[in-house]
Design a protein around this ligand. Structure first.
Ligand code: PLP
Length: 354
């Protein structure tokens, strides 16, 4: 833990290991042989071509992306995907797009989808018993609900194309990419700085789009131009490459998944044991990335925030619509930070009992 980062439980944008931050900072000062900064190099240079292809290769290796899938780097955040998905895959179609409503971000996606075609929504609580109609254009879900602190641990078996917003848990655990027609993720949690969106899509699904689209909203344009149709977010892609190299060196997604499970387990155990605190998400759906909880006596909330801040624990205030606390346990957060939070919960509770 460095002096500047403290114990950062913030939900983003972007939690990166100190070594990656240092490498990125060095590259801003001086990167290529001519002494140029990474910010100054041409995105058409062979050097940047190597960076973007290396980043793609790391994504493919770490997530076991099948060969018939494209790996694309876009801009506009996950929020642009909320409209790009229906623009491509339901616009003009008589078919209904089915959306799982897991909360805040799922609802934003639903709002955009309604602008382009018919939408049916499934409430999160019904999701385990619901059957997706075989005639649907696609099924859209959010694998991790960053704000509510719930996560999907299984995905529906369906012949319908499955599209998933994995913004806040991609690279945190192994996923079977072949089960999805398209995955998207704003990079800024476990991948790299804000400014880049990762899309992984099955080529035949992309080729099923027959209507004309503006170039910047057409996935095939990114695919056919190697994500270099226009100026890409060079620094975001470069830093994501450094971060994925860090993840690979560390042991890859399987190893980080075990660490993430241990971190979340330690925190949930303390929340369940401690009579002062209470978890907010249903036990079976508890996210391993964003732990939401509250203090039973709400009047103590600001006191706990002060107590935690004095111990260098930052970013634990809950999202405004949910309240309480949220501790984000992204890949780069070390176990020692979770221990520090667990100790704070315990010590604060003991102080109250005095
Ligand atoms: N989807 C999820 C699950 C998120 O967590 C976020 C942001 O935190 C978004 C979408 C929105 O992403 P962006 O800000 O990149 O548009």
């Amino acid at each position: 833990m460095s002096k500047t980062s403290k114990h950062n439980f913030g939900a983003g944008p972007c939690i990166l290991p100190q070594t990656v931050l240092k490498q990125a900072a060095d590259a801003v000062e001086h990167w290529d042989k001519a002494g140029l900064s990474i910010l100054e190099i041409s995105h058409r240079s062979p050097e940047f071509e190597a960076v973007i292809r290396n980043t793609e290769a790391l994504v493919r290796e770490l997530l076991d992306v099948p060969e018939d899938y494209s790996v694309l780097f876009l801009q506009g955040g996950a929020s642009l995907q909320f409209c790009m998905v229906p623009m491509n895959f339901s616009q003009g179609s008589p078919k209904t797009a089915v959306y799982l409503d897991g909360g805040y971000f799922g609802q934003k996606a639903i709002k955009e989808a309604k602008l382009f075609g018919k939408v049916e929504t499934i409430d999160w609580k019904q999701s385990k018993t619901y059957t997706i109609p075989g005639s649907a254009a696609y099924f859209h879900c959010t694998s991790n609900n960053t704000i509510e602190g719930t996560e999907m641990f299984s995905f529906p078996e369906t012949p319908v194309p499955v599209i998933c917003d994995m913004s806040s848990d991609i690279f945190s655990r192994k996923i079977d990419v072949s089960r999805f027609a398209l995955i998207y993720a704003g990079a800024q949690k476990n991948m790299g700085p804000a400014g880049m969106t990762l899309v992984i899509a099955k080529n035949t699904f992309l080729d099923s789009v027959k209507h004309p689209l503006p170039s910047m909203l057409d996935y095939r344009v990114y695919r056919d131009n190697g994500s270099l149709y226009n100026t890409p977010p060079v620094f975001a892609i470069y830093t994501a490459m450094l971060n994925l190299q860090w993840l690979k060196k560390k042991g890859g997604v399987n190893l980080i998944a075990r660490e993430n499970l241990c971190k979340a387990q330690a925190l949930y155990d303390e929340i369940d044991r401690n009579p002062l605190f209470e978890g907010l998400a249903p036990a079976a759906d508890r996210s391993l990335m964003n732990v939401t909880f509250k203090i039973r006596n709400e009047a103590l909330e600001p006191h706990f925030l002060d107590f935690a801040a004095r111990r260098g624990l930052v970013g634990i205030r809950g999202y405004r619509t949910v309240g309480g606390f949220r501790a984000s346990l992204y890949n780069a957060l070390p176990y020692e930070s979770v221990t520090a939070l667990v100790n704070a919960l315990r010590d604060f509770s003991n102080d109250q009992a005095l």
